[in-house]
Ligand binder design. Sequence first.
Ligand SMILES: O=C[C@H](O)COP(=O)(O)O
Length: 334
Amino acid sequence: MHECQINLLQYLRSKTQVDVDSFDADVSTEIPGCVDGTSNQAEIYCEMIKPHHDDRVKEVLAFSKKVKPEFPSLTLEELAFEVMAIQLAFLIIPNITGAVHVMANPCYSYHTEKIVETGERLHKICTLLDPAFDTNRFVMKVAATWEGLQACRELALCGIKTLATTVFTMEQAVLAGEACCVSMSPFVHEAKSHFDEKYSDEMPLLRLCVQAQQFYKKRSINTKVKACAMLSVDEILQLAGVDALTIMPQDLENLQKGTGCVRLVENQSLFGGNSMSDHSDYPSYLDDESTYRLDFARSGQGKGQYKLMQVLAIFSDFQFKGEEFMKAHQQFLH
Ligand SMILES: O=C[C@H](O)COP(=O)(O)O
């Protein structure tokens, strides 16, 4: 390698925490050294239906049936989907150094109380499955709705860590910081562009990551900016310097294989010396629902609200598919 050349993953890790966007244990084995591991309903569903998890599905259903009396408000299939997410999380824990992230049922995105209950339940399931598991290494992902972020505020008070996910606007970022989420994930591209090959959104939200990180620093807020849903290595390199990046397997592989000239890749970054200062200010939203709702609805001329609805619809569909899969496999219990 020429002396100015550097491995891209090594370079990125010198600037930013690198996290893996997959609960496929093979990915975190092949790309060691990731800090956090992340999932969502789509990733859990696509992983759990793989044939090599057949026995695990049976074990998860049997376990869920046994502990079901402790969770009377849930159907067996909903409980089993949560248990499966945690079992898959446990498989990657030995391969990472930080925390595993599991998303709360997106169908509860507008119900504060149910999200709080989910946070408590997920911790309880972790402990039932493995009493030795350190729940400090477990973070629940919550959709950044008004109701979701109020739930995060409550959960922080009882020591349950949350990440505000599906963030498309500064208004969501501000409220996530005020609600004491440990991290907040701007989606650089809207969800549809990841699920529909024919669709592309033209405006990646790269500047939102810079703006949110500057805002948190200015207000001494501890929430980390953890960007996700990038569509290329080029976009990832532009974000070198953000607190953390949740990166999809294919991009991690490309970074691991790729090299670049240090000076040129450093120049790509939107952070550090290259960053533009943002002087916009925001009010406190924490106890002002009507101002928050109006400001969020107007953000980007309604684009943020549209993207949030779209991603929640996509993740909710995978939640239903996951539950249907578990329901169809209940026959193996007899
Ligand atoms: O849900 C999308 C990806 O799994 C990354 O999400 P996250 O950074 O919000 O955890």
